[in-house]
Design a binder for this molecule. Structure first.
Ligand SMILES: [Zn+2]
Length: 82
C-alpha cells in the first residue's frame, strides 16, 4: 500500500506554505544547532550559524555530523580531565 502519493505530498506542502511548518527536533547536533523535520510535509531543516534555518541536504548533514563528532569529543575530553 502506498503511504503517500505525490499528490498528497504536494497538498501537505501547500498547507505548510499557508500555515507554516510544524517542525519537531529530530537530531540534536550541538547546544545551539538542531535538525528538525516537519510533521506535516516531512521537510527537513537545520539551524545554521546565522541563527536561521537551512534546508537539510546531504552537505548540511555532513557538516552537522562533523559538528556533532567535534562537540561529543570535546565534551568527553573535558569529562576525562576532571
Ligand atoms: Zn511542512
Amino acid at each position: 500500500m502506498q503511504q503517500s502519493s505525490p499528490k498528497s505530498a504536494s497538498l501537505r506542502a501547500f498547507k505548510c506554505r499557508l500555515m507554516g511548518h510544524n517542525f519537531k527536533v529530530t537530531q540534536k547536533v550541538t547546544n545551539y544547532v538542531n535538525e528538525y523535520k516537519c510533521t506535516c510535509c516531512k521537510k527537513e531543516v537545520s539551524d545554521n550559524s546565522t541563527g536561521g534555518l537551512d534546508t537539510l541536504t546531504n552537505r548540511t548533514r555532513e557538516i552537522n555530523q562533523s559538528l556533532r563528532d567535534l562537540f561529543t569529543r570535546r565534551r568527553q575530553h573535558r569529562l576525562s580531565n576532571y
